[in-house]
Design a protein around this ligand. Structure first.
Ligand code: 13P
Length: 264
């Protein structure tokens, strides 16, 4: 059975002084063993968030990582630098694809770096609005998966069990407009089928948790968790609000219990 995962992407919000108290408030509002909880603050807030979350069961993630181990790359952060600070890492977020011009090939190399370094990647994929309107959403996302797998040398399913994929339609991010649950579920199926088409066994592909991201709130999470193909959410704006996170994680815990009961 796949875990239910709720990951918070704080993006470029919080400071080293307010991140710890916010993380503590979220921890207090979301206590449960049924849901894998992850908070991804900005790099400079990793240490205070790690300290605030000690003993809460919530993992800490980074929002990006460089594909290389070290070198003359001003301003960049390597996987090794994250040791002791983060155990998860977002890779290929659409805001970085847009603003830092990250390609699927670069994203694949970053995934490989995460996996080699013991960081659990949350690999973000998703189509633009014009691509969905043109009926190309699944083809676009399948291509993102395939190119990332090839560039990361991950086409043999070896990393099943470590990789988490977040389907974040770009038009749903920060817009208040969510995908429909059924469309997100169809995309989750397409993602697992793309893994299978690129060298993964059906069993390996079936172990990969697929999260939905894009304007998720306590009010909207239920539509996604009602879909058996969806295993949680990558939450942006609402993840900065403890009350919203409380509602999201509570709904996720209900889903986790129901799925466990159904699995016997
Ligand atoms: P919002 O929840 O603010 O739409 O952001 C989603 C996202 O990009 C998470 O990575």
């Amino acid at each position: 059975m796949r875990p239910i995962i709720i990951a918070a992407n704080w993006k470029m919000n919080t400071t080293p002084s307010d991140a710890g108290p916010l993380a503590s408030a979220i921890a207090a509002a979301t206590a449960t063993d049924d849901v894998v909880r992850v908070i991804c603050p900005p790099y400079v807030c990793l240490a205070p968030v790690r300290d605030a979350l000690a003993g809460t069961g919530i993992a800490v993630g980074a929002q990006d990582v460089h594909p290389l181990a070290a070198g003359a790359y001003t301003g960049e952060i390597s996987a090794g630098m994250l040791t002791g600070l983060a155990t998860w890492c977002i890779v290929g977020h659409s805001e970085r694809r847009r603003d830092q011009h990250e390609t699927d090939e670069l994203v694949g190399r970053k995934l490989a770096r995460c996996l080699e370094s013991g960081l659990r990647p949350i690999w973000c994929v998703g189509e633009q609005l014009d691509e969905r309107e043109a009926g190309r959403a699944e083809a676009v996302v399948r291509e993102q998966v395939e190119r990332g797998l090839v560039a990361g040398g991950m086409a043999n399913g070896e990393w099943a069990g470590s990789v988490v994929i977040a389907y974040e339609p770009v038009w749903a991010i920060g817009t208040g407009r969510t995908a429909r649950g059924a469309d997100a579920a169809a995309m989750a199926d397409a993602i697992r089928s793309a893994l299978e088409a690129n060298g993964w066994t059906r069993d390996a592909a079936a172990t990969v948790p697929v999260l939905y991201g894009g304007s998720v709130t306590a009010a909207s999470i239920g539509e996604f968790l009602a879909e058996p193909a969806i295993d949680g959410a990558l939450v942006g704006g609402a993840s900065l609000k403890p009350d919203e996170m409380a509602g999201i994680v509570a709904r996720a815990a209900t889903t986790a219990a129901a799925r466990r009961a159904a699995a016997g």
